[in-house]
Design a protein around this ligand. Sequence first.
Ligand code: OOB
Length: 538
Amino acid sequence: MLEGFTPWPADKAEYYRQKGCWEGLTFGQMLEDRSKQYANDIAVIDYQSSITYAELNERATKFAAGLQKLGIDKGDRIVVQLPNIIPYVEAVFALFKIGALPVFSLPSHRFNEINYFCEFSEADAYIIPDRFGGFDYRTLARQVKDATPSLEHIIVVGEAEEFLSFNQVYSDEPLREINVQGSDVAFLQLSGGSTGRSKLIPRTHDEYMYTIKLSVECCEVTNQTIFLVVLPVAHNYPMSSPGILGAIYAGGKIVLSLTPSPEEAFPLIEKHRVTMVPLVPPLALHWLDVKPLRTEDLSSLEVILVGGAKFSAEAAKRIEPVFECKLQQVFGMAEGLVNYTRLDDPEEIIIHTQGRPMSPYDEIKIVDNEDNELPAGVAGHLLTRGPYTIQGYYKAPEHNIKAFTKDGFYRTGDIVSVNEQGYLTVEGRDKDQINRGGEKIAAEEVENHLLAHPAIHDAAVVAMSDPYMGEKSCAFVIFHDEQIAKRKLKKFLGDRGLATYKIPDEFVSVEKFPMTHLGKVSKKELRKIIEEQLQPTE
Ligand code: OOB
């Protein structure tokens, strides 16, 4: 078993198997099956080309055989940092086939994040594009390789320079049979994090396949579905809710867009007759605003999913009339629990709630600060346990004690109310995190970087409201004596290799921080201060 993985209690595992939730199917086998069933149907289209199910399976198998030749084996970790391109899908399925674990990072991650993922997961390989979005990933790879010499292979899609080219990895040698089981960990996903750095989330084939199967049902995905991905494809949401894995599970077609801009995405919708697309709220708002100004025919769209952050009821109301398709809200988390509004739910539910759990075996508790359960309708901390919610983060025993209750409920950090029909409404958050339009920022991680600046005595990062992003981040800073300009602080954080989305949007210099009666920095007060400053002055 993977070291650092918290196994499921034997009785629970037995129960979920008995109930038919866990079927022992791995993602490698799933692609194998679909490649027979839908052999000549197009599986994935990207900006350059398209491949059928049979081709995808064949290429994934050849890539897998090549990885084996490099010495990559069951249980090894491989950091994958690729944009929305076909090689991403090939690489991930190749890893599933040999039981090696992709560690899913995002194209926006930089040295700080990537080096930590490589080091912490003791990765053997790192897969990158040559360049993407004006950034050269080979430069980053060189820095990571210097810092983490145990990283053996760097595989590059495109011009590899001194590294190994993706195309060179494919091998015609037969794949060495590996016994990958449903109960094995399939990959490590990233958590949004609230304390320090992102935690890694181990998900097994069994439980993740179950989320895919249920998502396919809830979102009514079929082999007629044409699924557009404009969000970073490695994020848990476009991967599994219902995501590219759901599209493949159902035999549908995936269209990968390199960016979420309407200039790129709308023509793709028109050309490929896209039926379904997942968005985060700021993108949904942008698309709503831009739609009337554009001429593309988007009439093929049947469903727009919106999730990752709270979608306001006002914006939710506009989706159907503007796009002439259904809205489906999704409230999910990489740790497990996923809620959807259903396509046949009344408008009231679709607009005002974030859906209900996918599985009848999902357990939900709404509790007060002392873990006492609250009556229906009262907002409180959401705790959850179930057949696809993790039992613990990877190699994080101390954090796990705080993040899970003794009886195995995950503390989501979300403040939620549940109505009588079991639909959840997200009312707020009780975790030290900023949700910047779906991208999660752990306040403490950014604070630690600010504290490394010699002029900074103390720092506290909080969310501030933003009409477009929902939230942006604001750093309150106490300087020793000399104040440093915002531009310089941003550059300082960028130079430390922090992903751009984590760099605070605003900096406020203060003499001291407001304190709670327990002597902790009162982030609530700080949020109030910045909200007051944001109010237009009369
Ligand atoms: C998704 O996953 P993560 O792991 O990036 O973030 C999970 C957190 C939740 O705990 C909650 O705080 C927030 O993101 N969230 C929402 C939300 N959906 C997620 N807050 C309010 N309304 C929503 N609809 O973000 C994710 C994973 C799978 C599917 C969809 C989203």
